[in-house]
Structure formats: structure tokens, C-alpha cells
Design a protein. Sequence first.
Length: 155
Amino acid sequence: MPRIVEGNLVDKGGRYAIVASRFNEFIVEKLVAGAVDTLLRHGAEDANLDLVRVPGAFELGLVCKRLAESGDYDAVIALGCVIRGGTAHFEYVAGEAAKAVAAAAYATGVPVIFGVLTTESIEQAIERAGSKMGNKGAEAALSALEMVDLLRKLE
Ligand code: INI
């Protein structure tokens, strides 16, 4: 039987930054609410949560990197929404957002969680922002909790 190392979904004094884009705000605000609710219900303290807003998904990576390298956070959660139907340059915005968020994590060693919806339509975005397909912000918060605990165990 291998020794299993895994993160639990229980906060132990972690500090979290949520970075949320203003573009498609009415969807992204649902993701923010889902992330905050999930963090708090897993034990995170309100005082240990910061919310930073950026213009669009394209800007998420830079700000996530800045926050991750500050040393002030155990995890950074990037939240946004890119909808193909309304975006001629969907691939560029969504692709660069994903790359930059990943790069921020690799550069800093801090978990930077990709909670960005990339959907074909506004209906699909609504479904993933607190209706029948769950809430991507809440999922992202769970990933943050798990990664913070896992990295502590791997120290
Ligand atoms: N930003 C998004 O977050 N989602 C989108 O769907 C979107 N569209 O449709 O273009 C979008 N564009 C703005 C982009 O993220 C930047 O803020 C902008 O290009 C300035 O750099």
C-alpha cells in the first residue's frame, strides 16, 4: 500500500487572494460569491481573504503573479469568464489567461487556481455560475484549499 499524500479541504489559517475580472461582471460576481462562500464554510477567516479586481481575463495573470510573489498569500484564485459567442478573439483572451495564470504559479511556487469559465455561449456560462452545472468559483476555492494543504504536507 503506498503512502498517500493528499490535501484536505479544511482551512488552517490560510491567506487567499481572489482576482476577479470585471468583464462579464454579472457572471463573474457569481463566481466570486461561490468562492468566498466555499472558503468561509471550510474554515477560512474573512480577514484572510482579499478581493482584487482587474479589467478582463487577459489581465488576470499579471496581477495573480504580483500577488503570489508578495508572500502575503498561500493561494491566489483567478476568476473570470470568456464567452466565445461574444468574442472574436476568444482564443487569444482565453489562451493567454490560462497561460499567464499557470506561469504565475510556476514562477512563484504559490498555487494560482484557474477559475475562468471559457464557454461557447452565455447560457453555458450561466449554467456554470451557480445553476445546473455548479459554480466554477466554488470549485476553484476547493482547489485552492486542497493545494494549500497539500503543499504544506510536501514541505
Ligand atoms: N475579457 C474577458 O474577461 N472576457 C471576455 O469575454 C472578453 N471579450 O469578450 O473580449 C474580454 N476581453 C477583454 C480582455 O480580457 C482585456 O481586458 C482587454 O483586451 C484589454 O487588455
